[in-house]
Every structure is written in C-alpha cells, then in structure tokens.
Design a protein around this ligand. Structure first.
Ligand code: ADP
Ligand code: MG
Length: 372
C-alpha cells in the first residue's frame, strides 16, 4: 500500500467536532457508551462497524436530531446541547436519499435555501454551483422520476452542499446503489470532499468503503469506539481481534506476552517463535495471553530456490480460485489452525496441487500483536 500522495489536501489539526464522553441510553440499553473522539477540520472521517453498533445514533446527535443522555458535543468550538438541528453548521445526507418526487432537480437542490430568503440571482448561483459540484450541470429541469439512482444520490448531496455546511454528515449514502455504481460514487465523493475541503463524516458498515475514502476511521462495536486511526493503521495495526476480523481476513496465532514497553511488545508463539512488534496504539493488555496476527496477503509462496529471511513451511490442504488471486489453506506443523494465504496468480499459485509442501515467506513487520 502506498501512502497518499503529498499533493492531496490534508486535514488541519484544528478540531471541528469534539465528542466527549457521549452516552445515549434507550431505557436500560446503551446504544452509545462513553464515546470520545475528535474530528478535525477538513477531515474525511468514517464511523465503521456492524449494523446496530451505534453509528447512526452518534451521527444523529451530531446533527441535532437527538441528544446525548450524558456527555457533550462541540462543533466548531460551540457547545451543541440545546442547539436545534437547523441552527447547527452541519447538514445530513440520509441513507434513503428521499428527494421530493414532485420537484425537479433545481427545486430539490434549492429547497433549503428558501428560508434564507436570498435574492433570486444569488439563489440561482448557489444552486448552479452545487449542481456543478456533483456533475449535474444542465440537468436542473429534470424531474426527480427521470433520474437514475446515482443521479438521485447526487441531487441529495447537492441539496446538502448548497447550504454550505461546515460538516456534511452522510449515513450509508451509497448502500442502495449496486456495486459498480457504489465504487464509482466512492471515488467521486472522495474527490468532492477534497475539492470543497469541508469536514465529511461518513457512516458505513462496509470496510472497503471506509478504507478507500477516509483520512481516519473510528471502528465501533456494541456502542463503543474500539479504535480511531488512519485506514492503513487500522488495517495493519488493529488494536484487537474484533477490529482485525472486521477489517478483512487475518490469521490468528495464540501468543503469550513476554515483555511490553512504551512502543513495542514481545510475544512467544508456536510457528512464528518469539516476535517483537510495534505495539498498536491504545493496546490494552488483558493478562499474559495475546494474539499474533498476519494478513493472508502478507504471506507469499517461495518458489524453487527463493528464500526469505523469515519463513514457515507446511502442506496445502485447500485451494480456492478467485480469478485474479488464489486462496490457499496451508497446514503448518505446530499451529493450532492452518494459515490462510492469498497469492496473485501471476506466478501460477492457481496450479499448486493440494497436498504439496510449500514454503511461505513473510516480513517481520507483517506480524501484529493484538489484545485478545
Ligand atoms: P447502526 O447505525 O450502527 O446500525 P444505530 O445507531 O441505528 O446502529 O442503533 C444502535 C442500537 O440502538 C441498535 O441496537 C438499535 O436497535 C438501538 N436504537 C436505535 N434507536 C433506538 C430507539 N429510538 N429506541 C430504542 N432503541 C434504539
Ligand atoms: Mg445506521
């Protein structure tokens, strides 16, 4: 994975949204449990987690559609408790992008401007500007029913952008689109955010979407924030097994903590021996037991005489063909579970017979020690 190119806009250090110890109870049920996170100005920030983990609950409280049971929310330096939704510098794009069916595109986009009582020329300028941002210039007179799913999504976006919010809140905005269009809109949304430079907060349960679009991600489970970090760090240095698992496939090997200091941790394992790795930020030790993880693509097949500084060997017990990659299941003596290995097919991994003994190379920095 490459780092983002330097030319890309980066978020400032200035906090735009401060969520401080926010809890939301529904009766005895905690939909959100003591959430604390700061989102920076100009950042593309995602709330990622399985359905029901509290993402929408948090977003709605930022928007002002709901209030915390306890804790505070500060937007752009201003405490938000008691401030109604329409007085907040935020705007929401909903999951089911309900645009008005009886209005045309520009009427839909201009709807929220009516209460600002701008003069006609200014109103039209702002609508045109918003339409241009989402590549709908020239379609202003189209009826809502004459639009494709992607175009309707863009109208919903333009309707929020036209209000010039400091923060745009997006609740699973792409989930109703088919895969191809969704991927295209992901790229467009990211581009749009880079162009307008305002803070975006995206709610999604799709880990690829969050990884592809965000500057930083908060991973949530059961009302709690488990980790906040860049996509790369979340993927490569997950704080625990639950986060690792949610972000894609990972091999888990039982480990025992030998030593832990500020930035590194040493564990003993079967199969991979004694390993010292960078400690994930926010690592919380839970007794002596830990887990060592390695992603399937970080194990590579060593062909013929090829060697690697670190290798394990074992026998192929399963092989699954996926077109561009092959997925091998390799039984390693001493490991309680076989390893998952993904290999691109350019060297013929798709022809490795089940039963073959193979060697796998890896880099030490591909290993990550996690809390159980
Ligand atoms: P997500 O957006 O992550 O899928 P939500 O924030 O919508 O999850 O919901 C989190 C939890 O809170 C869920 O278990 C949901 O059923 C519950 N919940 C949400 N809104 C209410 C409500 N108005 N009354 C009772 N429970 C609610
Ligand atoms: Mg939701």
């Amino acid at each position: 994975m490459l780092d983002r190119p330097q030319s890309e806009r980066s978020a400032s250090e200035r906090p735009m949204i401060e969520i401080r110890g926010v809890t939301r109870n529904y009766g005895a049920f905690k939909a959100l449990d003591d959430a604390t996170v700061t989102i920076r100005e100009g950042e593309f920030f995602s709330l990622l987690g399985p359905s029901g983990c509290g993402k929408t609950t948090l977003l709605r409280m930022i928007a002002g559609f709901d209030n915390p049971t306890s804790g505070t929310i500060v937007v752009d330096g201003q405490e938000m408790v008691g401030v109604p939704a329409n007085r907040r510098p935020t705007n929401m794009v909903f999951q089911s992008y309900a645009i008005f069916p009886h209005l045309n595109v520009e009427q839909n986009v201009g709807y929220g401007l009516k209460r600002l009582k701008l003069d006609q020329g200014e109103e039209k300028r702002r609508v045109d500007e918003a339409l241009a941002m989402v590549s709908l210039t020239g379609l202003g007179k189209r009826g809502a029913h004459e639009l494709s799913g992607g175009q309707r999504q863009r109208v919903a976006l333009a309707r929020a952008l036209v209000m010039r919010p400091k923060v745009l809140l997006l609740d699973e905005p792409l989930s109703a689109l088919d895969k191809k269009l969704r991927e295209q809109m992901q790229v467009e949304l990211r581009r749009l955010q880079q162009a307008v430079g305002i803070t975006f907060i995206l709610v999604t349960h799709d880990q690829y979407e969050a990884l592809a679009m965000s500057d930083r991600i908060a991973v949530m489970f059961g009302g709690r924030i488990a980790q906040v970090a860049s996509p790369k760090e979340i993927y490569q240095r997950p704080v625990n097994r639950q986060v690792a698992d949610f972000l894609g496939g990972m091999n888990f090997v039982k480990a025992e903590i030998v030593e832990e200091n500020g930035s590194s941790i040493t564990v003993d394992t079967l199969g991979f021996g004694r390993v010292t790795t960078e400690k994930p930020k926010a690592f919380v030790r839970n007794g002596a037991a830990a887990t060592l993880g390695i992603r399937p693509e970080r194990l590579r097949v060593l062909w013929d005489q090829a060697t690697a500084k670190y290798e394990v060997s074992g026998s192929v017990v399963e092989r699954h063909y996926f077109g561009e990659i092959t997925h091998l299941i390799v039984d390693i003596p001493g490991l309680e579970k076989p390893l998952s290995v993904t290999e691109t097919n350019d060297f013929g991994a798709d022809d490795i017979p089940v039963g073959a003994t193979i060697r796998l190379g890896y880099d030490r920095d591909a290993l990550v020690a996690m809390a159980d």
